[in-house]
Unconditional design. Structure first.
Length: 94
């Protein structure tokens, strides 16, 4: 992973989706970026401290789904840049 900071955070009610970009090296040595999505439910305890949980209640489920849909839209709406190997193939799609 390039850094520990999320590229984007999406909040819907108490549900938070963080989008990260992981840099992965394939078996042939090529580095590619893989997006990863983390879904958490944020809440405050009685002392006012923030915490995260991975369990989602029935009431929070629609909010979690909406946050994940927004993350999916963000990731799929971005322009894909061809890798140098793709540009060099004279591929008419690029």
């Amino acid at each position: 992973m390039r850094n520990n900071s999320p590229e984007k955070i999406i909040m819907v009610g108490p549900c938070r989706v963080s989008i990260f970009r992981n840099l992965v090296t394939t078996k042939d040595g090529t580095e590619i970026e893989l997006p990863k999505v983390v879904l958490e439910v944020r809440y405050r305890d009685k002392q006012g401290r923030w915490h995260s949980a991975s369990a989602i209640s029935l009431r929070e489920l629609p909010k979690g789904i909406l946050a994940l849909q927004k993350a999916f839209e963000f990731l799929t709406s971005q322009t894909v840049q061809p890798s140098p190997a793709d540009r060099d193939r004279n591929d008419p799609g690029w």
